[in-house]
Design a binder for this molecule. Structure first.
Ligand code: TYM
Length: 346
């Protein structure tokens, strides 16, 4: 039986952090067993805000190295960078003509990223979610593992797919391109927002998500941090004066405590209850060193493997080239069909 197809992407913008790792990359690794996976370094999304070109190149290789170091099998599955497969941009244009301005105006991430000076944001930043829809739909992907912050973008992707299917329903049927069980040309992709760490929060403020763009490096743990830095960041992480509660309900209203317990649970592969069974009633002076030890234990091997892989950029580039070729082989015939459906002369 054909395995369901998975697509997801990570931007090569600065340091990868524990949120990207637990919310996305670890999930990518798990899905390999029973899915056909396509994992993309989305360099075209990255330039929606200014990127230094040399830094973008470095970062593209670094995200690829992180994928490989975490255990993604680039031979069995596909790993590539977005700009090498032209169908992403081409399909995005067609979908730009399907998506409505009103839909994009509701995107909260654009509002956050553009900030107060919206007039000065790039058109690309505004259009970011449509390119993301193109990424997914270009492969007829069925499942998309992401962190909680991408939920609205995936809902938009489904709306765009649905509108395309409706607008062109007659033509799709005429050409015999309606997938039988799907009823339309584009399957509606299912978001996979699962696991104990779909929203890892900042170490400085438990109500804000851990993010690459936070000005304080103490707000996040980077995959490239050494053990001393990790221990220091956890030691300095914001907490409250109470000891850890005995039950999960006791974490309510204590966002920083809940976040640290969540990180521990995700890394140890246990539930929040399990963590509190072990640490309930104990103070942060005891919990923080245990957490630091666990983070170092789990991230050190990934960090070391990343460094080893990064020492051979030629190898990384070859992985991406090979992945792009195989990605193109899937996306090209699907985009040919899109052209036929829309009525482009070929
Ligand atoms: P990016 O690079 O910002 O984030 C990559 C992945 O990491 C997840 N993530 C988090 N998860 C938990 N806690 C956090 N604090 C945290 N911060 C980030 C994100 O949800 C994401 O899954 N728009 C995407 C990239 C993209 C994409 C796609 C994803 C482009 N095209 C197509 C899926 C399908 C993004 O924000 O990446």
């Amino acid at each position: 039986m054909k395995k369901p197809r998975v697509f997801s992407g990570v931007q090569p913008t600065g340091n990868l952090h524990l949120g990207n790792y637990l919310g996305a990359i670890v999930r990518f690794v798990d899905l390999q067993k029973d899915h056909e996976c396509i994992y993309c370094v989305v360099d075209m999304h990255a330039i929606t805000v200014w990127q230094d070109p040399k830094e973008l190149l470095r970062s593209t290789r670094e995200v690829t190295a992180a994928f490989l170091a975490a255990g993604i099998d680039a031979k069995e599955h596909i790993v590539f960078n977005q700009s090498q497969v032209s169908q992403h941009a081409e399909l995005a244009w067609v979908l730009n003509c399907v998506a409505r301005i009103g839909w994009l105006n509701r995107m909260t991430q654009f509002k956050e990223k553009a900030g107060k000076n919206r007039e000065n944001a790039s058109v690309g930043l505004y259009d970011y979610p449509v390119l993301m829809a193109a990424d997914i739909l270009a492969y007829h992907a069925e499942k998309v593992p992401v962190g909680e912050d991408q939920k609205q973008h995936l809902e938009l992707t489904r709306d765009i797919a649905q509108k395309f299917n409706n607008d062109y329903a007659e033509r799709i049927a005429e050409l015999g391109l309606a997938g039988e069980e799907k009823g339309g040309f584009f399957p509606l992709p299912e978001p996979l927002i699962q696991g104990p760490a779909t929203r890892v929060m900042s170490l400085r403020d438990g109500t804000k998500k851990m993010s690459k763009s936070d000005p304080s490096d103490y707000s996040r743990i980077n995959l490239s941090d050494d053990p001393d830095t990790i221990a220091k960041k956890i030691r300095k992480a914001k907490t409250d004066p109470e000891p850890l509660p005995e039950t999960v309900e006791g974490l309510e209203g204590r966002p920083e405590a809940a976040n640290l317990v969540g990180i521990y649970a995700a890394l140890a592969g246990v539930s929040h209850e399990d963590v509190l069974r072990q640490f309930g009633g104990k103070g942060f002076a005891e919990f923080k060193p245990a957490l630091a030890e666990l983070v170092v234990e789990k991230l050190s091997p990934v960090n070391a493997e990343m460094k080893r892989i990064l020492a051979d950029p030629g190898y990384i580039d070859e992985v991406l080239r090979d992945g792009a070729e195989r990605a193109r082989a899937i996306a090209a015939p699907i985009f040919e069909d899109v052209k036929r459906i829309v009525g482009f002369l070929m």
